[in-house]
Design a protein around this ligand. Structure first.
Ligand code: PLP
Length: 287
């Protein structure tokens, strides 16, 4: 495996960064997780637009244009000759001193890792997940906007720990008002009476690329999707619940906080969307 580090390729085992990197010291940086399906990078443009918007928002100057970055990602995929892979693109503020002032970091660091994907086992898609809601709240947009995919993932890490403690694979964060925001690394949809609902980003959710792909698919397949805030109660009484994300794709949820969702089996709309999504990723590569 080869890791792209600031324009050079370094062997995986030798790809290391300085302890003075502010990504390490302060979580000062941004990232993207992107999938490669049968050699096609899924929605690369959209991921890069989100990356550059995150960078702009935190005043981080990426030393490449979006087009250069696009070429670098495709080259990194080619160099690792993996047909199905996960790309982790990281831009950190770079090396500075122990103070948190980013003005001391003159060279943002760009890293592109291409590696094997670790997926949920197919059994989990067939049976659906049990999840819980956890005490950790999603920060609201007046703090660090959840739309910024920053290296500050402690909130999400805590959610994962709380999920582990509850003995389940994923958990949901609510926002400070009690509205459902998202999972530790995925967006949520519910289905009620044939209509799909997903929280608007202002509730405290990342503008997920998979979320958008599902909304596009719904348009094509004739399903209505509404971006509306909803509560835990709405989730408990939904006909179907599913999560979306680059790693998880579309995964059914069959139990939330011990409440069985409908008949406790993945719903038909969820299954339909998962099948269509899996077809889409195989034909919808950027290149
Ligand atoms: N929400 C959070 C907090 C995430 O980290 C992710 C993963 O990137 C998602 C949602 C899903 O977004 P996407 O579909 O772009 O992977």
């Amino acid at each position: 495996r080869w890791v792209f580090m600031d324009g050079e390729y370094v062997k995986k085992e030798e790809a290391t960064v300085s302890v003075f990197d502010h990504g390490f010291l302060y979580g000062d940086g941004i990232f993207e997780g992107i999938r490669v399906y049968e050699g096609n990078v899924f929605r690369l443009r959209e991921h890069l637009v989100r990356l550059y918007e995150s960078a702009h928002s935190i005043l981080l100057g990426i030393p490449y244009t979006l087009e250069e970055m696009e070429k670098a990602v495709l080259e990194a995929v080619r160099k690792n000759s993996l047909k199905n892979a996960y790309i982790r693109l990281v831009v950190s503020r770079g090396t500075g001193d122990l103070g948190l002032d980013p003005a001391k970091c003159s060279h943002p660091r760009v890293i592109i890792i291409v590696d094997q994907v670790v997926m949920f086992p197919q059994r989990m898609y067939d049976e659906g997940l049990a999840i819980v809601t956890v005490p950790t709240r999603r920060n609201v947009p007046d703090a660090l906007n959840p739309k910024i995919k920053s290296l500050n993932y402690l909130n999400n890490v805590l959610v994962k720990i709380e999920a582990n403690q509850a003995g389940v694979g994923e958990a949901l964060m609510l926002n400070h008002e009690g509205y459902v925001a998202e999972g530790s690394g995925d967006n949520i949809f519910i289905v009620k009476k044939g209509v799909l609902y997903t929280p608007p980003c202002y509730v405290g959710a990342l503008d997920g690329i998979t979320r958008q792909a599902i909304m596009d698919l719904c348009g094509r397949l004739g399903y209505t999707v509404k971006e509306e805030p909803f509560t835990r109660h709405d989730v408990y009484v939904a006909d179907e619940v599913f999560l979306t994300g680059t790693a998880a794709e579309v995964i059914s949820v069959v139990s939330v906080d011990g409440r069985t969702i409908a008949d406790g089996k993945p719903g038909s709309i969820t299954n339909h969307l998962l099948n269509e999504f899996r077809k889409l990723v195989r034909v919808d590569g950027s290149h």
